[in-house]
Design a protein. Structure first.
Length: 276
């Protein structure tokens, strides 16, 4: 009986102790709720920040990667658009140059009895002194038509015609011969005639000038029109040095040509001189 009573007392003592602890804990949590939460936040906040920052960095990385791809596409589009604009600008500049050249040529040939057609230079064979122009039979081009600059400097003549382009032989070609006269302002003196021959490499020389004719350095040569292919008074070149030998019936001279094919992209074809 005494043992039973002791067990009951121990049970109630444990129960009351546990209940008291529970009541104290509840009161403690209720009273110190905010400080505990704050402490928990202080402990967990750095950890949360680490994961939050990691997530933010990962998101920024993928967003940056996506944005980089968009920037690349945009940059590629801008480059393509820039190339188009440069091409259009180049075309406009070429059109303006052609218009200026045409106006100059029209002014310089307004008193001449021939018609001109603008042609672009598309190729140069400097070894054979041959050029290509972008006009052919569809444009009314035919063989032996002369080519001149806007300032009436003689370049050569058409030698082979295709549908949309033609080959032209420069006057510096070794097979080229052009009848010329030495321009002088004294009408009392008889004209001096000769022939310009090509020596290749875009160079010329004067030949077939009588040895007793008086020529000098700086004299300007123009076409005489005697061969019937080139109109008279087209600019050819000027004398730079004279080679005279009293034993020979003719004297020769080196000529500086007035054409400059390497810096020329536009010429004019005389289309109807042979028909007159």
């Amino acid at each position: 009986m005494n043992v039973y009573i002791k067990k009951q007392n121990i049970f109630w003592q444990n129960f009351l102790l546990k209940a008291g602890i529970l009541i104290v804990t509840l009161v403690f949590l209720n009273v110190f709720q905010n400080p505990i939460r704050n402490s928990f936040y202080g402990i967990s906040s750095p950890v949360s920040k680490v994961f939050l920052q990691a997530g933010s960095n990962a998101s920024s990385f993928f967003n940056s990667f996506t944005a980089f791809g968009g920037i690349q596409r945009e940059n590629s589009n801008l480059k393509e658009e820039n190339q188009k604009l440069l091409s259009q600008l180049s075309s406009l500049q070429q059109s303006l140059r052609d218009s200026q050249q045409l106006q100059s040529a029209m002014n310089n040939t307004k008193d001449d009895n021939f018609t001109i057609l603008l042609a672009g230079v598309t190729g140069l064979d400097s070894q054979n002194d041959i050029i290509l122009i972008d006009k052919g039979s569809d444009d009314g081009i035919s063989e032996n038509m002369p080519l001149i600059s806007s300032r009436k400097a003689l370049y050569g003549k058409v030698v082979k015609v295709y549908k949309n382009f033609s080959q032209a032989m420069l006057i510096s070609n070794k097979e080229s011969v052009v009848d010329v006269k030495i321009q002088n302002n004294d009408p009392t003196k008889p004209p001096i005639y000769g022939a310009i021959k090509g020596s290749g490499g875009l160079s010329l020389y004067l030949d077939l000038v009588n040895s007793d004719s008086e020529i000098k350095e700086g004299d300007v040569l123009v076409t005489s029109g005697l061969e019937g292919i080139f109109p008279a008074d087209l600019l050819v070149g000027k004398i730079t040095s004279i080679n005279k030998n009293d034993v020979k019936p003719f004297q020769t001279a080196k000529i500086q040509p007035f054409f400059n094919i390497k810096n020329t992209d536009t010429l004019f074809v005389i289309t109807d001189y042979k028909l007159k």
